[in-house]
Design a protein around this ligand. Sequence first.
Ligand SMILES: [Fe+2]
Length: 502
Amino acid sequence: MAGCYRARVSDSSRDTAAGAGWGTAEPGAYRSLLPARTERLSWLDPRLLWAARNGVLASWLGDPTGRTRARWAAQRAAAGAPADRVVRRDDPDSFSFLVIGDTGEGGDPQYAVVPGLLRAGRGTRFAVLASDVIYPVGGADDYGAKFFRPYRDYPAPVYAIPGNHDWYEDLTAFMRVFCDGAPPLPPGPAPRLLSRARLRDALWHRARPGDGRHLDEARALRAAPSQRASQPGPYWAIDAGPLRIVGIDTGLLGTVDAEQGAWLREVSRGPRPKILVTGSPLYVDGEHHPCPIEGGGTVDDLVRDPAHRYVAAIGGDIHNYQRYPVDVGGRTVQYVVAGGGGAFTHATHTIPRVSVAGVTEADFRCYPLRGDSLAFYGALYGRRLRMRRLFALTQDEATAVVAERLGIRPGRAADGDPRVTRRVRLVAGLLGTGSRPDRRRRLRLPVRRMYAQLLSPGSATHGPPFFKSFLRLDVTPESVRLRCFAATGNRHRRSPRRSRTR
Ligand SMILES: [Fe+2]
């Protein structure tokens, strides 16, 4: 299984604009699945930003996640969860499963994924939700519209790792839903007076009293025996057929505590081929983020160790699809970003020309394609700033200007001969095409850093194309085939690209 992946292209966003999701006015079947009233999250709403403040507090005043996680672990151990946190499933040597990242906004983009997910997911033995199961703060009463309802017709179990948003109420609802109804943690010891921890404690957002009153009712939507899943905690390993899937919990700030790090070292041992699932992708936006482990070392050190036999590392958190086939001592590890399962779409046109760990543009893949991302954000800014004529780019113009600015081949052949005018270049520059998030060399709308934190979440649209995606993995004793399926929200188009490992 630890071999090389080979890309096979099918009906794809790289072939046609329609394949990317543009062009049809006929939305897909998902609308009938939506609840009568859907909450439209606005990440520009100050009340919502205030409720989601714990990440900022943790970065300013110290991150309590590791300690809270240890308390959850102690509670689970007392309740009889296996000490090695391994779920031993009874799957055949050849089986399939799904990975869906960053799902839980509960609006059109999340539900638009569902019909394709059910179709492409036929025959899969289970699904893994890779981080941010519930936005904005992981609340228990949000599980109905954002988890149980959308996936009620998926007939198999769903396991999950939490993302930062699931931690905003100390993981309480996540533990209750995925870990056998774990009761809330009793209050922890009070921090010292006049300490930073005391201040953090005073400002900390907590679940509102009575949250979860509707949870039992919501659970009934996925109550079939075939849908039942139990996992030993927020981080776990699943032994399925010949494969071990290792899910880690990177908490509020994308790090791993010492206790979890020791466990990760332990479960990474052994001859089974492995796939890591994480809420903090190790390669993303053309950069390497190895994910530190408290006390030393990184998650990527463990993934790269040939004795551990990792063949892929899949991360949510960034809401699009990216794939980096990295040569690690003569074998290829597929590093994948798979956060396109339902929430707003993060821009890809801001990804600079890829050159990282030997991966270049020839091997890098993303969805949406950068040109489609730029055209999408152009339309969005045009609407927001009431300057539609200035910002509107055709997909061909956007594709051409991305290729010009990054010095790469166009992501898709144009219909005609698009003109890259001064206006097109200006818009591409203003929208941060090909610029890393932390470079501030010239006037630019804050597309990645500020925009990703504050404004990009406001890019949620409620009509197609949505540029969403999810993964299906087909496992045999000899290979894992990893396929990314797109969900545009429009009828007909689904599968942008496929890749296979041998
Ligand atoms: Fe997310």
